[in-house]
Design a protein around this ligand. Structure first.
Ligand SMILES: [Zn+2]
Length: 182
């Protein structure tokens, strides 16, 4: 599941022509744009281009060695890697892709109800936390918050209780202070 998403994101960012050029193989720019024949590197660089590139699908097919595949498959074959996973890792490493941005939205959707609940609860602490720090100057409270966050589990009611207790504690401490900065 997760790998399917990673593969998709990789293919959106690194094409077969991009990989070819990265490896020092030539790839015609017109073929990159509109598709067509190019020199296959898999059965050895052929004198007459025998591989067809389709920019719409991001795949290639070689009519000489019969290899068909997308950038991950082609990387796997050319680099002699054992699995598509290793090929994906090769691409991530060599192209220094930043998956965080690509996955930001997808990851949001991937969160379970419990994770989402936890995140929302954590976010709800922020204004209380900033008010508290603003009033007291006690920045060490962030460490307590960190400890609290790390103690949270998928137990929704426990999360609810812990976070609310923390908020109440912050408010109580803040209100109990001499009003020197208020
Ligand atoms: Zn070939």
């Amino acid at each position: 599941m997760e790998f399917a998403r990673i593969f998709k994101a990789i293919k959106a960012q690194v094409t077969i022509p991009a990989y070819y050029r990265y490896r020092g193989f030539s790839f015609p720019t017109d073929v990159e744009k509109s598709g067509g024949l190019f020199s296959c590197q898999i059965h050895g660089p052929d004198r007459h281009p025998s591989a067809m590139y389709n920019p719409n699908t991001g795949t290639m097919k070689c009519f000489s060695c019969n290899v068909y595949g997308d950038v991950i498959k082609i990387v796997q074959i050319i680099e002699g890697l054992k699995s598509p996973k290793e090929a994906a890792e090769y691409i991530l490493r060599n192209f220094k892709l930043d998956m965080t941005l690509t996955f930001e939205n997808e990851v949001k959707n991937l969160l379970s109800y419990e994770e989402q609940f936890r995140n929302d609860m954590m976010v709800s602490v922020e204004p209380v936390l900033w008010n508290y720090i603003d009033a007291t100057g006690n920045i060490e409270i962030l460490q307590d918050f960190d400890v609290l966050v790390k103690s949270l589990t998928d137990n929704v009611s426990e999360t609810y209780e812990k976070i609310n207790q923390f908020k109440e504690m912050l408010n109580a401490k803040r209100n109990g202070l001499p009003a020197e900065r208020a």
